[in-house]
Design a protein around this ligand. Structure first.
Ligand SMILES: [Cu+2]
Length: 144
């Protein structure tokens, strides 16, 4: 009789641990499945988006922070442009765009239409004349 007590305890304890383990396993599975599904179904989508997104660098005639504002704001409203960042010191604007919705040519035209040169494309004279005096391209590159 004495030796049967540990056996019963063992059985109960054993079952308890199995239940705990299978619960843990089940929860683990529930958490893991969505992650796997996400990776399987979304990675091709993410890759496809990466293929569409391209980077373009354009040399502009921007000379100050106001120029940067003007160009970046105008480009934010352009179709297919996701991001743009102008470095005033180098006058180079880096643009992330969707190559299915726009093209480097269209982007350069958009920049020209804000009054700034875009690589070989000269600024639209009409827009250039509207720029404030500090933003004219004969100014040296300056702060603010
Ligand atoms: Cu300016």
């Amino acid at each position: 009789m004495k030796s049967e007590i540990p056996k019963i305890l063992n059985k109960k304890f054993g079952r308890a641990t199995i239940n705990k383990d299978s619960k843990k396993f089940f929860i683990h599975l529930l958490l893991t499945i969505p992650v796997i599904l996400f990776l399987v179904f979304y990675s091709p989508v993410l890759k496809a988006q990466d293929a569409k997104n391209k980077e373009l660098k354009v040399k502009t005639s921007a000379v100050c922070g106001m120029c940067k504002e003007t160009i970046e704001t105008a480009l934010a409203f352009e179709k297919g442009i996701k991001k743009s960042n102008l470095d005033v010191k180098s006058q180079i604007i880096t643009i992330l765009y969707n190559s299915k919705k726009t093209s480097p040519e269209k982007i350069r035209v958009a920049i020209s239409n804000t009054g700034y040169d875009a690589d070989e494309l000269a600024a639209s004279p009409k827009a250039y004349n509207k720029l404030s005096a500090c933003c004219k391209k004969d100014n040296p590159i300056h702060e603010e």
